[in-house]
Design a protein around this ligand. Sequence first.
Ligand SMILES: C[S@@+](CC[C@H](N)C(=O)[O-])C[C@H]1O[C@@H](n2cnc3c(N)ncnc32)[C@H](O)[C@@H]1O
Length: 318
Amino acid sequence: MALLQKQVCIAMRDAHYNKHSGLQHAAMSRGLKLIPELADNSVEFVRRILNSVSDGTAVEILLEDTPFNDFSSLSKTLHAEIDQPFTERQVRLFPRMIPVGFYNRIVPNQLVDLGVSWSSMNYLRTQPAFEFSLQSTAADFAAEKHEAFSSTAHQDLISFMTLRASEIREGGCLVAALGAQKPALEANYERTIEEVEKVLHMPSISKFWSAEVLEPELIEHPAWAEYQATCESAGTDQVKKENARREYAQSAILNLVSSSGWFWLDILKTHRGPRWDGGDDFLENLVQDSVQEWIKNFPNLKMETWYIYLRARRHADD
Ligand SMILES: C[S@@+](CC[C@H](N)C(=O)[O-])C[C@H]1O[C@@H](n2cnc3c(N)ncnc32)[C@H](O)[C@@H]1O
């Protein structure tokens, strides 16, 4: 039997993602120090850039995602958080929303000075196809699957770096935080640092890019530190501790469901039909049940995840 290669419709859980992306925010905050000559979700990053330019500068910001993304939430956030404070300094911001996935050309040649990608490059272009038979053992199945996913991820990273080499100007930079956990969902593969290095060292890639930073770091969900601090200050107050545990479990689960909800809904729709509209209720119940399980079975599980930080400089073509 073979699994067919499948186009995926990746998008976070609309406005929910904005509210529950504390871990991705922490990952991006750590990445800010990679931005050259400049000193949260990505809005903080844009604000830093705007702070660093001289009065009267016009800045073009290109925000791209898949066509399934909630661009409306994105544009409202940008307007509320960024647009207003800079009018005094006559710093003019020209945002453009680009509903084109990053495995395509996104902008014309050599338009971009700084490209950034937070918590996104683990999503593959397509769900890889791999062969397996009903006689396969679980270990064979896992090995086949790993082989297919890692090889697709390798090709995808080559495409990604090649496409960005056309778009980012010579002397410009690409800064990224790539998730580096064990694979979890379909169409998702988090690479090891060796896998990223292998691509960066290929002559077809190193002729465009010099890796200035490539380092792993374990990033903690900020709710963990809050939970610890509340428990410490609660002393013998068990109710306060229980509430803190519930809040922490909720933050952790909402973070997971907000960024993987699309995957579960896609699967359910294939079985229940495209007109099924029970998605929100399904996810609500999933959150409630998972929070209970977390509290019962893993009350002190620290939510943390490995990221690989990359800063690559686009040098002149060899
Ligand atoms: C976990 S979110 C990270 C969002 C944001 N960068 C942040 O740090 O909060 C992953 C994002 O990658 C986007 N994404 C996944 N595959 C993509 C692709 N092929 N092209 C463009 N965006 C993609 C998803 O739609 C989603 O918005």
